[in-house]
Ligand binder design. Structure first.
Ligand code: HEC
Length: 195
């Protein structure tokens, strides 16, 4: 009888201790609402994607791919800048193979790009994530994948990307590495830092 009571006591005490530890560790890790920030990140990424691809499609309609490449060169960064201001965030897209040198990954972005690449290699699911930076700001990362539309400017030369269009890209971005992709490949990441 006594023995059973003791056993029950130990189990009960362990449960309380476990819960206390769990509370403490979750308090330490999350000083922000992770779920809400994930949602916010997804919304800003979707809005930026819609704005950029809307502008791109309009430029293609008006003057084909050459016009759209010129349009991107002139406007992609300024579109991201004005959306960044509106959202009180810094919106970036980056990759392990970049086209515009201004999109070169930072140290922390490179870490995420490599992690995503590894998961991709292992055939695992790649999910958006949020992290807290040392500054206290929250940063959102999410994968960017290639669809058929993208291949016209990021595909394989002589296949999905014509020689002529590749030449135009080379002229505007002499250090371009962002070609050779196939459908659904991981092209890079969104990196959105909220102030
Ligand atoms: C009309 C050609 C064109 C199409 C179509 C296109 N892109 Fe790009 N992409 C560019 C150019 C040009 C840049 C460089 C923009 C700049 O100067 O800021 C770029 C830059 C990027 C970047 C930023 C990183 C870097 O390499 O500088 C990502 C990510 C990207 N493209 C993904 C995509 C995806 C995903 C699609 C399809 C949904 C797509 N692109 C469709 C021409 C294109």
């Amino acid at each position: 009888m006594n023995y059973r009571f003791l056993l029950f006591g130990v189990a009960f005490f362990s449960l309380i201790l476990f819960q206390a530890c769990e509370n403490q560790s979750s308090k330490k890790e999350n000083t922000f609402d992770e779920k809400a920030m994930l949602e916010k990140g997804k919304q800003v990424a979707a809005k930026t994607f819609a704005t950029l691809s809307g502008a791109l499609q309009k430029a293609i309609k008006e003057g084909g791919i050459p016009n759209a490449i010129q349009y991107c060169k002139l406007n992609a960064l300024s579109i991201k800048d004005s959306l960044s201001k509106a959202e009180n965030a810094t919106i970036r897209r980056t990759s392990l193979k970049i086209r515009n040198p201004e999109d070169t990954p930072t140290k922390s972005e490179l870490k995420i790009l490599n992690q995503y690449q590894q998961l991709e290699k292992e055939g695992k699911d790649i999910k958006p994530i949020v992290r807290q930076l040392e500054s206290g700001n929250i940063i959102f990362y999410a994968p960017i994948r290639v669809n058929e539309f993208c291949l016209q400017c990021h595909g394989k030369i002589g296949e999905t990307l014509t020689e002529e269009n590749h030449q135009i890209i080379q002229n505007k971005y002499p250090t371009d590495q962002a070609i050779g992709y196939n459908m659904s490949d991981l092209r890079g990441i969104w990196s959105i830092e909220f102030q």
